[in-house]
Design a protein around this ligand. Structure first.
Ligand SMILES: NC(=O)c1ccc[n+]([C@@H]2O[C@H](COP(=O)([O-])OP(=O)(O)OC[C@H]3O[C@@H](n4cnc5c(N)ncnc54)[C@H](OP(=O)(O)O)[C@@H]3O)[C@@H](O)[C@H]2O)c1
Length: 163
């Protein structure tokens, strides 16, 4: 199973502010939905609460240290390993969808990163972690002209990683 991270950040790596995403880009949301549709999506408890519901058409997996945490329509687990083990048996690609804490946990295990970069500095309090350009190679890059212009890139871990 491929472990992929999917995230959107600003030029200064902001992904969130006060437990929400500080921009609204319809095309970017559509892309997120298309890429993750039908797959397992793994998220931290704060991101789940920020979304406010289970996202349809996907196996929602929420990571929390709280015992008895209830998240209707979601599988609740207490660590990343359990999250990966709770993906459907035939899952080809599982998506880590945030937030910062879970991106940091998942980065060492990730095979692929789908990264949108909004071409502007934006204030926030949650960030996408730095990753090494020697570990991850950009395999796709597209510039999107919009009210808030952004790029969408895909990075794959080098061949030395175990897939
Ligand atoms: N732009 C994007 O792509 C994007 C995507 C997703 C989220 N976001 C933003 O990111 C922000 C949220 O990120 P965040 O870092 O504050 O929170 P988060 O990663 O979504 O969730 C953090 C929570 O996950 C649980 N957790 C973390 N590490 C754990 C571990 N090792 N074992 C078990 N449970 C663990 C804890 O839940 P408990 O406290 O319940 O134990 C922790 O409070 C929000 O602003 C959100 O809007 C942005």
């Amino acid at each position: 199973m491929l472990i992929s991270i999917i995230a959107a950040m600003s030029l200064n790596r902001v992904i969130g502010e006060s437990n929400r995403i500080p921009w609204y880009i319809p095309g970017e949301q559509k892309r997120f939905k298309e890429i993750t549709w039908g797959h397992a999506i793994i998220m931290g408890r704060k991101t789940h609460e920020s979304i406010g519901r289970a996202l349809p058409g996907r196996t929602n997996i929420v990571i929390t240290r709280q015992q008895n945490y209830s998240a209707p329509g979601c599988i609740v687990v207490c660590n990343l390993q359990d999250a990966l083990e709770n993906c459907p048996l035939n899952e080809a690609e599982a998506f880590i969808i945030g937030g910062e804490q879970i991106f940091r946990l998942a980065l060492p295990l990730a095979h692929r990163i789908y990264l949108t970069t909004i071409q502007q500095e934006i204030e926030g309090d949650a960030f996408f972690p730095e990753f090494s350009p020697t570990e991850f190679k950009m395999i796709q890059l597209e510039h999107i002209e919009a009210k808030l212009p952004y790029t969408v890139a895909v990075f794959d871990r080098g061949v030395s990683a175990s897939h």
